[in-house]
Write a protein that binds this ligand. Structure first.
Ligand code: ADP
Ligand code: ZN
Ligand code: MG
Length: 470
C-alpha cells in the first residue's frame, strides 16, 4: 500500500512595526534585556492596551495577499495560561472572530500548480523570551536557571493557519518560500527563521493514497530553517507509516525535531494541555476596518510573488519561476530576456552562476549580462566564470570577455581527449556498456585539463565520436 502525507502548517510572523502591539514600547530586537518595557507589556494591574494601527493594517494587507476575506468585525480574546514569559497570565489573541479567513495560495510545483487553503490569519501579541541558562541544549531540560527578557513581550505577531492541503515536504517548503517572499515584499516583516521572526509548526498525518480521510495528526515544533522543516516532516511521515504498517495507531502528540540526530522527541503531555478559557478581551473594542480602508490597502498591493511565479512560469516553468521569484531574481531575469537573452539560459545563469558568485542582482546591468549569456558557448569557460564574478561591478563591459575565443580547433583538442580516455579505461567501458551519463565526466576532465579554455560543445562531439568509433 502507498501512503500520502497530509500536512497543515501554523506559521507565526513577527511584524516589524516601530512599536509593540498594545503599547508604545519600541519593537524589534538587539536592545539590552528588559529595557523595552512598560506597565502595559509587563502586565501591571490597571494598565490598558491600545492597539497598533499599523499592525491592524498590515494583517489586512497580508490577508488580502493570501486571498482571504477580511472580517468586517474581528474580536480580540484572552488566551489564558500561566508561564513566566506571560506576565499578564493571558495572551491577547484573536479566537473565534479573526481578522482574515478563507484564503488560498497557489503553490508552484514541478508537476504543476497546487492550491493550499488558508483557514485564517489573525493578530496576537508575542510572549517574552525565556533564556535557559546552563545545560547544553539551550532548552529547559538540564538548565540551572531561566532568565526572562520582556523586550519581546507584546510584539505584534500574525498567526497563519493552513488547511491540511499540503502533501509532501517539498510542497511545504515551496509554500513557505512563497509565503515568506510575499511577507518580505509587503514590507511587514523580515521573516527570518534564524532570528525567530518567522516560526513554523507542522501538523502531520498520513493516509492511504487515494483516500480522503484525515487520520490522527502529530505536531512538530522547533525547526529553524526550511530544510529542517522538510527533514522533520519526512522523519515524521516515515515514523507514522511504520506505525500503521505494523498494526499500531498513531497517537496525537507534539514532537521536537532534533536536527543533529534527525530524530523526534515527544514533549511532555502537560505542555500541550489545551484549555485556554478564551473569552473576549474586555479592554479592547472589536477591530472594524471600513470598506474604504480595505479597498485602499488592496489598491496598495504590488504584483505579488505568486502572480509573478504564475506569469513567469508560463514563459519558463514553475520550478525555475519559483527559484527566480523567491530569490528576488525575477526582475533581473526579465530585463535580461528583454535585452535579448534566451529565457532558459538566462534563468540558469542567474539562478546558478550569478548567485553562486555572490553577485547582488540589483547591481547588474542586464544588457551586459544578456551579451554574456548569449556569448557563453563561444568563449572559454574560464572567461565566462571571470566575467560573472565582475558583472556587478560599476561600468562592467562584457566585450573584453567575449573577445576571448574558446579553443575549438579539433587538432589541438584531440590529443587531450585521447589522453583522458586512455587514463580512464573503466569509465570508457561503462560508457560503452550504456552509461551515457559519463559523457559529462569526460568533458569535465578535458575542460579541467585545458583550464577551461576548450569549447565544451566541440569537446563533447569529439568524445562522443571517439567512443562510438571504437
Ligand atoms: P486545533 O483546533 O486543534 O488547533 P485545527 O483544526 O485548528 O486544530 O488545525 C490545526 C492545524 O492542523 C491546521 O494547520 C490544520 O490544517 C492541521 N490539521 C488538522 N487536521 C490534520 C490532519 N489530520 N493531518 C494533518 N494536519 C492536520
Ligand atoms: Zn510596553
Ligand atoms: Mg487551531
Amino acid at each position: 500500500m502507498s501512503w500520502e502525507p497530509v500536512i497543515g502548517l501554523e506559521i507565526h510572523v513577527q511584524l516589524k512595526t516601530r512599536t509593540k502591539m498594545f503599547c508604545r514600547c519600541p519593537a524589534g530586537f538587539g536592545a539590552a534585556e528588559n529595557t523595552q518595557t512598560c506597565p502595559v507589556c509587563l502586565g501591571f494591574p490597571g494598565a490598558l492596551p491600545v492597539p497598533n494601527r499599523t499592525a491592524i493594517e498590515w494583517v489586512v494587507k497580508l490577508g488580502l495577499a493570501l486571498g482571504c476575506e477580511i472580517a468586517p468585525r474581528a474580536v480580540f480574546a484572552r488566551k489564558n495560561y500561566f508561564y513566566p514569559d506571560l506576565p499578564k497570565g493571558y495572551q491577547i489573541s484573536q479566537y473565534d472572530l479573526p481578522s482574515c479567513i478563507n484564503g488560498k495560495v497557489i503553490v508552484p510545483l514541478q508537476e504543476g500548480e497546487h492550491e493550499v487553503g488558508i483557514v485564517r490569519a489573525h493578530l496576537e501579541e508575542d510572549a517574552a523570551k525565556n533564556v535557559h541558562v546552563g545545560g547544553s541544549s539551550g532548552r529547559i531540560g538540564g538548565a540551572d536557571y531561566t532568565l526572562v527578557d520582556y523586550n519581546r513581550g507584546g510584539t505584534p505577531l500574525v498567526e497563519i493557519v493552513t488547511e491540511p492541503h499540503i502533501h509532501s515536504a517539498e510542497e511545504a517548503k515551496s509554500f513557505l518560500q512563497l509565503l515568506r517572499q510575499t511577507i518580505v515584499e509587503l514590507g511587514i516583516s523580515d521573516a527570518e527563521m534564524e532570528k525567530g521572526t518567522l516560526r513554523v509548526d507542522a501538523n502531520v498525518s498520513v493516509r492511504p493514497a487515494g483516500s480522503d480521510e484525515l487520520r490522527t495528526r502529530t505536531e512538530i515544533k522547533n525547526m529553524n530553517s526550511f530544510n529542517h522543516i522538510g527533514r522533520g516532516i519526512e522523519a515524521e511521515v516515515a515514523r507514522q507509516i511504520e506505525i500503521w504498517e505494523s498494526g499500531g495507531a498513531v497517537e496525537q502528540h507534539t514532537y521536537d525535531f532534533d536536527v543533529a540526530s534527525g530524530t523526534l522527541t515527544a514533549r511532555r503531555a502537560k505542555e500541550e494541555a489545551d484549555d485556554y478559557r478564551y473569552f473576549p478581551e474586555p479592554d479592547l473594542v472589536p477591530v472594524e476596518p471600513s470598506e474604504e480602508l480595505v479597498e485602499r490597502l488592496r489598491g496598495e498591493l504590488p504584483e505579488l510573488p505568486g502572480e509573478r511565479i504564475r506569469r513567469i512560469g508560463e514563459a519558463l516553468d514553475h520550478e525555475r519561476a519559483l527559484v527566480l521569484v523567491t530569490g528576488g531574481l525575477d526582475s533581473l531575469w526579465e530585463e535580461t530576456v528583454a535585452a535579448g537573452a534566451d529565457r532558459v539560459s538566462a534563468a540558469n545563469v542567474i539562478a546558478n552562476q550569478l548567485v553562486g558568485a555572490g553577485v547582488e542582482p540589483a547591481t547588474v546591468d542586464a544588457a551586459e549580462l544578456a551579451k554574456l549569456v548569449e556569448g557563453r558557448d563561444r568563449i572559454p569557460r574560464k572567461s565566462f566564470d571571470d566575467a560573472i564574478v565582475h558583472v556587478g561591478d560599476t561600468g562592467f563591459s562584457a566585450e573584453p570577455y567575449l573577445a576571448q575565443e574558446a579553443v575549438s580547433d579539433t587538432s589541438a583538442l584531440e590529443p587531450v581527449v585521447d589522453a583522458i580516455l586512455a587514463a580512464n579505461p573503466a569509465q570508457v567501458e561503462q560508457y560503452r556498456g550504456g552509461k551515457d551519463g559519463l559523457l559529462g565526466f569526460f568533458v569535465g576532465q578535458v575542460m579541467k585539463e585545458t583550464k577551461g579554455a576548450a569549447d565544451a560543445r566541440v569537446v563533447s562531439e569529439l568524445v562522443r565520436s571517439k567512443l562510438a568509433g571504437g
